[in-house]
Design a protein around this ligand. Structure first.
Ligand code: ZN
Length: 136
C-alpha cells in the first residue's frame, strides 16, 4: 500500500508533518472523524496549520467532508480517488461506516462554462445491518 507521503506527492502536496499526521489519522480510522476527533489524536499541530492542512486535503480531494447529523462535519479518506470519476458513498449515521454506492441513476450535470474536476456525493442514512438491529 502507498504511504501517506506518497499519496500527498501524487497530489502534488508536500508531505509536511501536519498533513502526514492528519491524513494518517483519517486513513487509520474506520469511521469518518470530526475535527475534534482528529485533534485528540494528533499533537503539536497549531490551529492555523491544522485548518490549512485540512483545506489542502479537501481541495485536492484526498479527503472529503461529510455533514453528519447535528451538522458536524466529519472527514473521511476518499478511496480510489481517480480524477473525473464520480464516487457516491453511503454514510451510515448509526455505525458511521462508509459504503460505496453503485451509480444507476442520472448524475448531476454541471452548468455550461463550469469545469468539473471531481464529483463526490455522500448519502447519509442507516445501513442494512443497523436497520436490522433497530427493528429487533
Ligand atoms: Zn450502519
Amino acid at each position: 500500500m502507498e504511504s501517506v507521503k506518497e499519496i500527498l506527492h501524487r497530489y502534488n502536496l508536500r508531505g509536511t508533518s501536519a498533513r502526514v499526521a492528519i491524513l494518517n489519522t483519517i486513513i487509520s480510522s474506520e469511521a469518518p472523524l470530526s475535527e475534534s476527533d482528529i485533534k485528540k489524536r494528533i499533537h503539536e499541530v497549531d490551529r492555523v496549520t491544522f485548518y490549512r492542512s485540512i483545506k489542502n486535503l479537501l481541495e485536492t480531494n484526498i479527503i472529503q467532508g461529510i455533514i453528519t447529523q447535528g451538522k458536524i462535519i466529519k472527514y473521511a479518506f476518499c478511496t480510489e480517488n481517480k480524477n473525473n470519476e464520480t464516487s457516491v458513498q453511503f454514510y451510515c449515521t448509526e455505525c458511521q461506516r462508509m459504503t460505496d454506492v453503485e451509480i444507476k441513476a442520472q448524475l448531476p450535470v454541471v452548468p455550461q462554462g463550469y469545469t468539473e474536476k471531481t464529483c463526490s456525493i455522500t448519502i447519509t442514512g442507516i445501513c442494512k445491518t443497523c436497520n436490522k438491529s433497530i427493528q429487533k
